[in-house]
Write a protein that binds this ligand. Structure first.
Ligand code: NA7
Length: 517
């Protein structure tokens, strides 16, 4: 324990996922004393913890990698258009070793508390094994979805078979061959898991509460020729992504669905449905995510696809959402997901008809005392979102001086690595400015927080997704106090978010209280 109040470090970064590793690389370039604390035994964050079978990108691999280093871009080859988790984990490890920053990371260290010592303007962080670290600045790189949540059913610990949350998959893996398996949850994670488990399990029961609208991923291998072409086009590709609403390869059409003749509209939707990635969600007509009639037409188009793909029409109807329209929650991308329900070894249990009563020693008990027996139960039940955040640009919080957040609440979430890179660069610039000007106290002004919170609420108006329960609106039934919808993220465009943050830096941080106390 460091008993003196002089800090051992200029900056402590918490988390060694994509954000933390990039923050480490960038902040070390400022020649500051930096330490990164990470709970896991290796780097990767989301891509370290979420190692369930089938886990992969839903964004194009080459737009998911960072663009800060042309050299890194040229050295790295993506094997698939939507890379699987092991490849992304390798990518992050490669980046960390290339920039030689691994020895600044202390692994197996979970931060349990952080206190700001006003007498010295330093942060004191303590780990759960009672180590203490003192630093001038504190940068959180925790990921927007990292605290996994389990259902609150009674009996969770009584089950005698194997069970786990998808975000805590055993490193040794799970062999499903010959096993009776349950998957609870049908979000993006559940869908990816179900597709894989159904291939080998003797029997799979999917416990679905609310169905999501899924659409085909259309993944394929990246040939060496394709990869060469991608490498040559990186500058233009990233320029294109940065200019789009969501930091993505896909851009919304300037046309409105309601002003397009039905035949042309269907043709456009069919093309999007047949194309890889998020096109049908992010590259659709401009009105489908804000106008209920346009959204219903699109939802009906997708519902028709589900009815065509699922043989048993009673099951198909259960897989069609009634409580929200297409794209108003995160759209899971799938590979033959709907066809899984045509397999003899798979059954769908609709929890709106028969809710789960409890977990038992042998499996799951639903309403009407129906007990299902399992060898394995998988919880694909999501993460704890934020609760009622008030931030300045999603980067800083009032009364938390000298603390900066990468991908904090009320930042522009979107295609995550592009947003991460922007956030890290903005924070690095602020740290550089502070160091050069002898500033050791930074806190957002109350009125700046007020203004940004208003901007975030204003940007959320009219979006259909804000009228639906999901992690995007801060709702999680498994956590006390997460039942009320909030505006959890800035839902304006990436370019408008960057313009606002750039302005703050150009104005020499007028929105912040800066002092050399
Ligand atoms: P999500 O999208 O929050 O999905 C969680 C799923 O688990 C969803 O289908 C939930 O049903 C279901 N769930 C949660 N709690 C329960 C309980 N108690 N009983 C039954 N079913 C439950 O998390 P994911 O991990 O799939 O995805 C998170 C993000 O990771 C995703 O958006 C991508 O960006 C990657 P509900 O819909 O709430 O009725």
């Amino acid at each position: 324990v460091n008993e003196t109040s002089s800090p051992e470090y200029d900056v402590i970064i918490v988390g060694a996922g994509l954000s933390g590793c990039l923050a480490l690389i960038k902040i070390l370039q400022l020649e500051l004393r930096v330490k990164c604390l990470e709970a896991g035994t290796n780097v990767g964050g989301t891509w370290y913890w979420n190692r369930y079978p089938g886990c992969r990108f839903d964004s194009e691999s080459y737009t998911y990698g960072f663009s800060f280093s042309p050299e890194l871009q040229q050295e790295w080859n993506w094997s698939e258009h939507f890379a699987p988790q092991p490849e992304t984990e390798k990518y992050i490890n490669y980046m960390v070793d290339k920039f030689d920053v691994r020895h600044y990371i202390q692994f197996s260290t979970r931060v349990a508390s952080a206190h700001f010592d006003e007498s010295s303007n330093t942060w004191v962080l303590a780990s759960d094994d009672k180590q203490s670290f003192r630093s001038r600045f504190f940068v959180t790189c925790l990921g927007p979805l990292s605290a996994f949540t389990l259902p609150r059913y009674p009996g969770l610990d009584e089950f005698k078979g194997q069970s786990c949350h998808t975000a805590r998959w055993p490193k040794s893996g799970i062999d499903f061959a010959g096993k009776r398996v349950a998957v609870i949850g049908t979000g993006a994670t559940g869908v990816q898991t179900i597709q894989e488990v159904s291939k080998t399990a003797a029997h799979l029961s999917v416990f679905q509460r609310r169905p999501n609208w899924c659409e085909p991923l259309h993944n394929s291998k990246v040939s060496p020729e394709e990869m060469e072409k991608i490498k040559k086009g990186y500058p233009e590709l990233f320029e294109h992504c940065r200019g789009s609403f969501g930091g993505s390869i896909h851009r919304a059409s300037p046309k409105a669905a309601l002003e397009t003749p039905p035949e042309e509209r269907e043709k456009f939707w069919q093309t999007l449905y047949d194309s890889p990635g998020f096109g049908i969600w992010m590259g659709n007509y401009k009105d489908v995510l804000v106008d209920r009639t346009a959204n219903s037409l699109l939802s009906e188009f997708i519902a028709k696809k589900i009815r065509e793909r699922v043989k048993n029409q009673a099951v198909a109807e259960k897989l069609i959402s009634r409580d929200h329209g297409f794209g108003t929650r995160r759209v899971p991308l799938e590979t033959k997901y709907y066809e899984v329900y045509n397999q003899d070894n798979v059954e769908l249990v609709d929890l709106t008809e028969t809710p789960i009563d409890r977990i038992t020693v042998d499996g799951i008990m639903t309403a009407h005392n129906k007990e299902y027996e399992f060898d394995v139960i998988i919880y694909a039940t999501g993460f704890d979102p934020n609760n009622g955040p008030r931030t300045y640009l999603g980067l800083m919080v009032e009364a938390f001086p000298n603390m900066m957040m990468v991908m904090g609440p009320h930042a522009a979430l979107r295609n995550i690595p592009i947003s991460i890179q922007y956030g890290v660069e903005w924070i690095s610039e602020l740290l550089d400015y502070s160091t050069k000007n002898g500033i050791n106290y930074i806190e957002p002004k109350g009125e700046s927080v007020e203004e940004w919170t208003d901007t975030v609420h204003e940007a959320a108006k009219g979006l259909l997704s804000n009228d639906v329960d999901s992690w995007m609106t801060g709702v999680n039934s498994n956590v006390e106090g997460r039942q009320k919808r909030i505006v959890a993220r800035y839902s304006g465009s990436c370019p408008s978010y960057r313009a606002r943050c750039d302005q703050e830096a150009q104005d020499q941080y007028q929105g912040l209280k800066l002092s050399a106390k």
